[in-house]
Design a protein around this ligand. Structure first.
Ligand code: ADP
Length: 334
């Protein structure tokens, strides 16, 4: 959103804020106090409604703010996440090709940028791992977080687990739903995918240059609208389909970012064991028959035995014969 428009939006909210839900403010008064024309007032009211604010308008009386937004708008996130190091800057877009592409381009253009959260109300070219398509209609929560974490190289393989735990915990906190994790970082409800995570890392010999976490959550949309568009799907669900009502996407975003900060701080040489063991507690795949699919290789079947301290999946492909699978270009199906 353009900064000047955002400034007027914030001004309007301040004007409404002082007597929210009680008095109407006339269009004339809003225009005068915000320093804009009467017709511009109407445009801003429409914009606020689009951002999820509920505003009454009555001819002759003016406008009244009835309900606050539950959308992850930047001014709310900034207010809520003042001390959160993973959210120093919020970039909010009504539509993006892909928040991941935007965040990666910020990473490359601005070497100092750290803790940049890019959020879009919809993505027109969202992607999953291996350039797979990720459907991202309005109502979902689509965000990418650019970080330059100081993580020692040996711990880098544990980073995907950090993101999965942050999303899992946040969903549980906001909805009470019991989510399960699928290696390495899909978040599932009753075997159906509710959220996907994508990680792009740029690393030097012994340190991380940057990491961009892409998080997609099927929040306030109906799974039935996605299913016909995902023919190869292993099952898809959404928070709204599970709960029967919408979730507060603002609170969900705050929670994800706070938990991401928490788990990243935990990612030390010793802490990574805690991360992997916590991940295993929430996983639903250990002991199950799985198929491992890798580009240009025949699918392998086996039993998921364990996840080791580096995050590799140990699979028994024949009695007594285990293989170690690293994440990256591998997909797992039950
Ligand atoms: P995988 O689950 O095979 O490891 P990814 O994590 O890369 O794959 O996610 C991409 C896949 O997720 C797509 O090929 C498609 O099957 C599925 N998909 C696409 N959009 C959504 C969505 N909004 N919700 C759930 N699954 C989706």
């Amino acid at each position: 959103m353009r900064k000047d428009k955002e400034q007027i939006t914030i001004k309007f909210l301040a004007l409404f804020g002082s007597d929210r839900g009680q008095n109407f403010i006339s269009g004339q008064s809003l225009a005068k106090r915000a320093g804009i024309s009467r017709s511009a007032v109407w445009k801003h009211i429409c914009r606020l409604r689009k951002y999820g604010y509920e505003i009454d308008s009555i001819r002759g009386l003016g406008y009244r703010l009835v309900n606050d937004t539950q959308a992850p708008v930047p001014w709310k996130l900034q207010e809520r996440l003042k001390n959160c190091t993973v959210a120093n800057e919020i970039v909010y877009m009504e539509s993006a090709i892909s928040t991941q592409i935007t965040a990666l381009s910020i990473a490359n253009k601005r070497p100092e940028a750290n803790g940049v959260v890019v959020i879009a109300e919809k993505q027109t070219g969202g992607r999953g791992r291996l350039k797979r398509k990720w459907l991202s209609p309005e109502g979902g929560l689509w965000l990418s977080i650019l970080l330059r974490p100081r993580i020692a190289m040996p711990s880098i393989t544990v980073v995907p687990f950090v993101a999965a735990l942050a999303v899992r915990d946040a969903i549980e906190e906001e909805t009470g739903l019991d989510t399960r994790l699928k290696w390495p970082n899909d978040v599932m409800i009753s075997g159906r995918k509710v959220a996907g995570i994508l990680l792009d890392v740029s690393a030097e010999a012994d340190s991380i240059n940057y990491a961009v976490f892409g998080i997609g959550i099927n929040a306030n949309l109906d799974a039935s609208a996605l299913i016909p568009r995902i023919p190869d799907s292993q099952g898809v669900t959404s928070l709204r389909s599970e709960l029967g009502h919408n979730v507060n996407r603002l609170e969900l975003t705050v929670s994800i970012l706070e938990k991401l900060e928490y788990y990243l701080n935990l990612l030390t040489a010793e802490g990574k064991y805690v991360i992997i063991s916590t991940w295993k507690k929430h996983a639903d795949m250990l002991g199950r028959k799985i198929t491992i699919m890798q580009v240009n290789e025949a699918a392998k079947k086996g039993i998921a035995i364990d996840v080791d301290a580096d995050g590799s999946l140990i699979v028994e492909v024949q009695p007594g014969g285990n293989i170690k699978v690293n994440s990256g270009d591998i997909s797992v199906r039950y």
